[in-house]
Design a protein around this ligand. Structure first.
Ligand code: IVH
Length: 675
């Protein structure tokens, strides 16, 4: 029938394909569409109508992305050039060794130029273009032979079906990249699967791989997949001089490339670039498990060649892993200094990013219920930076039926007192006034770093001093004599003297530290600083009324009441006076006499919050406003900072697109404190 198709129809079809592909690129690669969705749909329908009527379908027609029938199995594909893997480096020293090896091999002492790219944690894919048309997409497989996933890959809209946007189109090119999923989309997918009673994906990489390796392309099409291109296989009819030039060409040819590619000289700059990427890692909307360092110059790459399965010219610097899988051996209720009982999971020890993790907080019973965590469950545990590890999810497929639900205890596991759950709170509390667990925890808090900072008095030693009856309250610390400590296991002459010296040193402190050390309910370091700015002396707080405290703009009812109650309790005043008689000296360098009392370090700045912060979002927003800032709910060019919490949402991506600065909660607190 082709002969009968009028030229103007052919031309219209060709133009429609070109135009639609361009809009696909604007939308999916640049994230900056120039036409409305309705207009796109209108053009798409018109193309489909013409294609059906004249049976004239171009190989790069966007209508070809969907509608392929399910397969029985994947065909095998032999790669034109093997898809290699990468050697790993886990620290700066190993990167330096990599650089030395390269220089030795090239017999040069000149500094080498490298590219540094994020290592996307997904599924490696090869796209083969012949005369500019995508003819095949395959998985890596064993590196030599992979699986043909062309129909599935075509459903990913950011992948060009034809190389356009450049005059330089090779006869043949294999483009390699990583298919990945945004964390947010992975979580939404898992939520949906949970509702449907389907098994969950353990992480975004498995979700991406599972979505590509689907016999039914319509399933792949329903998943939100992305691609990042970074490598080259066979190439005919064209040449690139370097990785940098290749990346520039990819961009011109409308391929999605890593969100950042750095070109640097010398290994010191590589190390700097790699560290910078690692710092950004937690604020990215996708998982990056490392950085890939490549010799930039292709002629040097060729000279270096390949050792068995890995090229000598590239290395993957692995970031500290932050997830692992293990089993919950038991759950223990742990009592904190304010009586809050927290369930703690005791884990089969697992190494995550070089650290052995054997316990993890489960936060509270609502969380246990929501995640349906049981004793005996196999779970995914995450450790991010210095943060306490937490259980992400249960792998329900691994259940045997022997797992046990862990109920809220009826009595305090330490003192046996009643347990209450105040209305509207998730916390479960022990009401025992003399609960030893609370007493020990209060002492631990008192001596901790941000508080009295008594060096050498860690958690274990506090427990020891308490269980051996040397201290019952933090005031007893200042009555300790060397002999009291010397008789304890683990202490000798020198260590006992060191501890006494450290205790004596801590007697001189600041008001904000001391207020924090007292462990007043709801008074963290930030609030303690605010109080110290307003009140000149410790004694000015004795019998303070809630109204006086409420004059501090950043402090609300709950905190004011708690502080006032604390300082109107004669027992507490007695303890403070005792400390003073034992030599405590509290100074107040934070006091702002005569100065404008209103402290507005965030004046004129607009903040947006995404994800979960350690404090309720409403309270953080109120603090921002009280300190002169503005808290908004959506990101725009006017946003100064995006505060990124746990499990950030789409605002993060938007902020990155607009170049809005992102900060974490700790950074925000520092700004609030005017640092
Ligand atoms: S280059 C011969 N660059 O990491 C070098 N790989 O552990 C081939 N990956 O199989 C790989 N991001 O699946 C390269 N920017 C990047 C990458 C990257 C992710 C994956 C890829 C590779 C694996 C090696």
């Amino acid at each position: 029938m082709k002969g009968e198709i009028p030229d103007r129809i052919k031309k219209e079809i060709e133009e429609l394909v070109k135009e639609l592909n361009y809009h696909c690129y604007r939308y999916y690669v640049l994230d900056s569409p120039v036409i409305s969705d309705e207009e796109y749909d209108r053009l798409f329908r018109r193309l489909k109508e013409l294609e059906e009527k004249y049976n004239y379908i171009l190989p790069d027609s966007p209508t070809r992305r969907v509608g392929a029938p399910p397969l029985d199995k994947f065909e095998k594909v032999k790669h034109n050039e093997p898809m290699l893997s990468l050697d790993n480096a886990f620290n700066a020293k190993e990167l330096m060794e990599f650089d030395r090896r390269i220089k030795r091999h090239l017999k040069t002492s000149r500094e080498i130029q490298y590219t540094v790219e994020p290592k996307y944690d997904g599924l490696a894919i090869e796209l083969t273009y012949e005369q500019g048309i995508l003819v095949r997409a395959s998985t890596r497989g064993d590196g030599y032979v992979g699986e043909d996933v062309t129909q599935n890959i075509k459903t990913i809209k950011s992948i060009p079906l034809r190389i356009e946007g450049t005059r330089r189109v090779p006869e043949l090119i294999d483009i390699r990249g990583e298919v990945y999923m945004y964390i947010e989309d992975f979580e939404a997918l898992n939520r949906e699967r949970e509702k449907e009673g389907e098994s969950l994906f353990a992480n975004p990489r498995n979700a991406a791989a599972g979505s590509v390796r689907q016999l039914d392309p319509s399933v792949t099409a329903s998943r939100k997949l992305h691609l990042s291109c970074y490598g080259i296989g066979a190439l005919k009819g064209m040449e690139f001089k370097s990785q940098w030039e290749f990346i520039q060409w990819l961009k011109e040819a409308r391929f999605p490339v890593p969100y950042i590619v750095r070109l640097v000289t010398g290994i010191d700059e590589v190390i700097k670039a790699v560290k910078e990427l690692e710092e950004k890692r937690n604020s990215l909307p996708f998982e990056a498990d490392g950085a890939v360092v490549k010799v930039n110059d292709f002629s040097l790459q060729r000279a270096l060649g390949v050792k068995t399965r890995e090229p000598r010219w590239a290395i993957a610097y692995k970031f500290a892993a932050h997830q692992g899988t293990t089993v919950i051996k038991e759950i223990l209720p742990s009592v904190g200094r304010t009586g809050v009982i927290t369930p703690v999971a005791i884990l089969e020890p697992v190494r995550i990013g070089g650290v052995t993790v054997s316990r993890s907080t489960l936060h509270n019973w609502d969380e246990i219920k929501r995640k349906d965590i049981r004793v005996g469950d196999t779970v995914v545990v995450e450790r991010a930076g210095d943060v306490i590890p937490h259980v992400i999810m249960v792998i329900k497929d691994k259940r045997t039926g022997k797992e046990k639900v862990f109920p809220i205890p009826e009595k305090c596991p330490v003192c046996g007192a009643k347990v209450v759950r105040p209305e509207g709170e998730v916390a479960v509390r022990c009401v025992g006034l003399n609960c030893p667990a609370q007493a020990v925890e209060r002492i631990k808090h008192f001596v901790s770093k941000g508080a009295m900072d008594i060096e050498g008095l860690g958690q274990k030693n506090v427990e020891l001093l308490y269980s051996e009856g040397r201290i019952k309250h933090f005031t007893d610390l200042y009555r300790l004599k060397k002999e009291d400590i010397l008789s304890l296991p683990r202490f000798a002459e020198k260590s006992a003297q060191n501890l006494i010296d450290a205790i004596n040193r801590s007697k001189k402190t600041t008001l904000s530290r001391f207020l924090y050390a007292l462990g007043i309910l709801h008074v963290g370091e930030f609030t303690a600083k605010l109080l110290a700015k307003r009140f000149k002396k410790l004694e000015d707080l004795y019998n303070v009324s809630p109204e006086e405290i409420l004059q501090i703009p950043q402090i609300g009812e709950k905190i004011a009441t708690s502080v006032s109650q604390f300082f109107s309790d004669p027992e507490n005043i007695k303890a403070i006076e005792e400390l003073k008689s034992l030599g405590l000296k509290v100074e107040n360098p934070d006091y702002e006499e005569g100065k404008e009392k209103r402290h507005r370090p965030l004046e004129g700045l607009t903040f947006v919050i995404t994800g979960t912060l350690p404090e309720p979002r409403k309270e953080v927003e109120a603090k921002i406003e009280a300190l002169g800032g503005h808290a908004s709910s959506s990101v725009s060019r006017k946003t100064d900072y995006l505060v990124v919490g746990e499990n950030p949402g789409s605002k993060l991506k938007k902020a990155q697109t607009l170049g809005v600065k992102t900060i974490d909660y700790n950074e925000l607190v520092r700004m609030m404190e005017g640092e």
